[in-house]
Write a protein that binds this ligand. Structure first.
Ligand code: GA4
Length: 332
């Protein structure tokens, strides 16, 4: 048995492992309908850069329909899925994440939220049930984007910014550089994990470069976040809720008051995990700098050099997943 498993371990030796960690019960939960939501969101973004959103009003059907369609795609033969790849950055990817050598126990589809042309690759993505899959993706994105606008408007109110659309307009803009990701983490063969006594990494630790990320997953655990003191904790899964991440751009817009949360996903030995994430990014030409009214209110200087979203994104794509990408843009 052990002898049989060794080649498998060798084969996956590029994928990192980590020790299992405890389920965390302290994730802030925000009820969208709570009159206090705006100040609770600000508090959660300051402390964790992460919170769970309940009572969000998006029907479960939007999520389950897309999950079913995504699984139909991921269950296709490998040769069919490969027609929708490689991800450059959009398309189907397996194990490799980004262009710089990161690998994980994962396969995924990375999609542009405003596709201009229908390429051969998009045809390959939507091949089986083109209209059904495409409309499940589109309907889901429209619903989640609308919710992200509202979250950003509540945030602006909580931050006491003069206009409640200062943040939301960045991703409402028709040139907004947002994207969407469908991830499939197959259950990881138990012997592989048992042999090392550790968990295989599905998606290595990183922060999201954008303003905000909205994640929904099935009920399989695996997502972990890194707390301020550097401890990694497991986020209990909840298929009916959304999880909101502060991205690097929002950290800069708030001059470091909100923190972009470092997170990762571990493979589960028994169940596969499916997640869908909307990444709300600004237009490429947008200047990313702390909001002047926030600096004025606190009498602060910007902690960051000036840059556009295009400059940040270009630099992000030259980095490795775990890199501290904002480091290059911090004033010394
Ligand atoms: C992390 C957030 C999003 O998933 C993503 C990722 C992107 C990719 O998978 O192509 C990146 C990663 C993400 C950050 C640094 C670069 C780019 C892989 C990578 C090594 C789609 C994004 O926008 O940035």
């Amino acid at each position: 048995m052990v002898v049989q498993s060794q080649p498998a371990l060798e084969h996956y030796s590029l994928i990192k492992t980590c020790r299992p960690s405890n389920i965390f019960t302290g994730i802030p939960v925000i009820d969208f309908k709570d009159p206090e939501a705006k100040s609770l969101i600000v508090k959660a973004c300051e402390e964790f850069g992460f919170f769970k959103l309940v009572n969000h009003g998006i029907p479960m059907e939007f999520m389950t329909r897309l999950e079913t369609e995504a699984l139909n795609f991921f269950n296709l033969p490998q040769s069919e899925k490969d027609k929708a790849g490689p991800p450059d950055p959009f398309g189907y990817g397996s194990k490799r994440i980004g262009p710089n050598g990161d690998v994980g126990w994962i396969e995924y589809l990375l999609l542009n939220t405003n596709p201009q042309v229908t390429s051969l690759k998009t045809q390959a993505i939507f091949q089986e049930n083109p209209e059904i899959f495409r409309s499940a993706v589109n309907n889901y994105i429209v619903a989640v984007k609308g919710m992200a606008f509202e979250v950003l408007e509540l945030m602006a109110e909580g931050l006491k910014l003069e206009q409640r659309n200062v943040l939301s307009k960045l991703i409402k803009d028709e040139k907004s550089d947002s994207c969407f990701r469908l991830n499939h983490y197959p259950a990881c063969p138990e012997q592989l994990q048992a042999l090392s006594g550790r968990n295989l990494i599905g998606f290595g630790e990183h922060t999201d470069p954008q303003i905000i990320s909205v994640l929904r997953s099935n009920n399989t655990s695996g997502l972990q976040i890194c707390l301020r003191d550097g401890t990694w904790v497991s986020v209990p899964p909840d298929q009916s809720s959304f999880f909101i991440n502060v991205g690097d751009a929002l950290q800069v817009l708030t001059n470091g008051r909100f923190r972009s949360v470092r997170h990762r996903v571990l493979a589960d030995s028994l169940k596969s995990r499916v997640s869908m994430i909307f990444f709300g990014g600004p237009p490429l030409s947008e200047k990313i700098a702390p909001l002047p009214s926030l600096l004025k209110a606190k009498g602060e200087e910007s902690l960051y050099k000036e840059f556009t979203w295009w400059e940040y994104k270009t630099s992000a794509y030259k980095s490795r997943l775990a890199d501290h990408r904002l480091g290059l843009f911090e004033k010394t």
